[in-house]
Design a protein around this ligand. Structure first.
Ligand code: SF4
Length: 459
């Protein structure tokens, strides 16, 4: 499917404003839109900002997809893919595509790929064994104090990398009132659960009244302190974040929302406005990214994403290693790639912009943080740590009263000297910081040094 983008998508990209893209009509006519009524995107453009219109007009079939990608190949195979793993792409999210081929991250995350049906044996439908941790249908109780509620199987856009491919979109349905009562009863009987995460599918594809019914049921359980919602709606359907929705949500504080941005291209004006609306309502926002081959397996892409998220008032929370789920092999990266990204971020961006890289362990083992190695050595008296620059430093444990050898450079220390307290640091040469220090040192005369304690108060 390597080909140039159709004009309609290009125009939509340029028109990511709050107004419906008026040029779409002209661009689609006459070749791809002979009359106004022939394609959904030609109809009712004034409803572009209506989230229900976006859902009704999702790209769901290969014929619809072909309007964007006319020379769509391997249709027979792709049909098999979408019969197994449904496709849905909102017109809005399609408008974020810049190139209609797999080199475009948004295209790659939303358009089916024939590789989805070729699975190596290590992949399963439910690698996290959520099903086995469901004491009542729809509620996953894994960690002691938290539970995850699968509120719906519907999403506005079906991510090709979804970890719940086994259920997302297979039937577009929401949890019934009867099931919700069972969930409520379980929560009443398990007061150790203080934090409930509403997930799916995407819970914000439900109506305001259905979401409110669910929130008030959860709030009726006194031991539930915090409610969190996991949603990709701000990314793929930002017009869903309406004033009415936000005004309803803020009645149920403390309420947190985790979004799912994977690439800086997704941080459009509309997506950022949706996040701003939620943040203005006092809802803390976090972001869960999945590390995906060909999408964001690049330290600089993740850096741009994290910086963009912070500017959007969304805290980068987790980067997930891709789960061992069927249908996603072509998205998987090595764990080493995640470590490389974490190594790149530390020291380069603020700690507030650095998510935790985790492997969600198979067999329901939960999230295991994976980090570059910062503890270099240990002794009973000292721990040797390294920083992002390669500086090695000796940290004395409490009760150690011997003076470290001053002037470690003269002592020519190694790691053993640091661990045994015979030296306190090995400085890297010629880093930006060290070069800056040298210049500062050269400028600072002994007279100025004498006044050094006053530097904070200079006019
Ligand atoms: S929005 Fe979430 S649940 Fe839905 S398809 Fe994407 S990753 Fe899966």
């Amino acid at each position: 499917m390597e080909q140039h983008i159709q004009p309609v998508v290009a125009e939509l990209t340029e028109e990511q404003s709050s107004e419906p893209p008026s040029t779409m009509r002209a661009v689609q006519s006459p070749s791809s839109c002979p009359t106004e009524n022939e394609t959904p995107l030609c109809k009712k453009l004034s409803q572009w900002n209506d989230w229900r219109w976006q859902i009704r007009n999702r790209i769901r079939s290969l014929d619809q997809l072909a309007q964007y990608v006319p020379s769509l190949s391997a249709r027979h195979e792709l049909q098999k893919v979408i019969e197994k793993y449904p496709m849905a792409i909102t017109p809005y999210y399609a408008s974020v595509i810049q190139r209609a081929d797999m080199s475009d991250p948004v295209f790659r995350m939303s358009v089916p790929n024939i590789q989805e049906v070729f699975d190596p044996p290590c992949l399963t439908d439910d690698p996290l064994e959520e099903h086995q941790d469901m004491p009542v249908p729809g509620l996953v109780h894994r960690y002691r104090d938290r539970a995850l509620l699968i509120a719906t199987t519907m999403c506005s856009m079906y991510c090709r990398h979804c970890t719940r491919k086994r259920i997302a979109g297979t039937r577009e349905t929401a949890i019934s009132a009867r099931r919700m009562r069972q969930v409520q009863e379980y929560l009443f009987n398990h007061p150790e659960i203080t934090d409930v995460i509403i997930s799916g599918g995407d819970p914000l594809t439900m109506s305001d009244s259905a979401i409110e019914a669910m929130l008030s049921t959860l709030r009726s359980v006194p031991s539930v302190q915090v409610i969190r919602i996991g949603t990709r709606v701000p990314v793929v359907l930002p017009m869903r974040i309406t004033d009415e929705l936000v005004n309803m949500l803020k009645k149920y504080h403390p309420l947190w929302i985790n979004t799912h941005f994977n690439h800086p291209q997704e941080l459009t004006e509309e997506a950022r406005a949706a996040c701003a609306k939620l943040a203005d309502a006092g809802i803390p926002l976090g972001n869960q990214t999945v590390l995906l081959r060909g999408v964001n397996d690049d330290p600089q892409v993740i850096e741009r994403l994290c910086r963009g998220l912070i500017r959007t008032r969304v805290r980068p929370y987790y980067i997930y290693q891709c789960d061992l789920v069927r249908g996603v092999e072509h998205f998987r990266t090595s764990v080493r790639k995640g470590i490389e990204i974490m190594e790149y971020l530390r020291g380069r961006v603020s700690g507030i912009a650095i998510p935790t890289f985790v492997v969600d362990a198979p067999h329901g083992g939960g999230k295991i943080p994976v980090l570059p190695t910062y503890v270099v050595s240990m002794s009973p008296t000292h721990t040797v740590l390294r920083n992002y620059e390669g500086l090695l430093v000796s940290y004395p444990e409490p009760g150690v009263d011997s003076e470290p050898a001053a002037g470690s450079a003269k002592a020519e220390p190694g790691v053993w000297e640091l661990a045994s307290g015979k030296a306190d640091v090995i400085l890297p040469a010629h880093t930006q910081r060290m070069n800056r220090r040298e210049k500062i040192g050269a400028r600072r005369s002994s007279a100025v040094q004498a006044e050094a304690t006053g530097y904070l108060f200079d006019a």
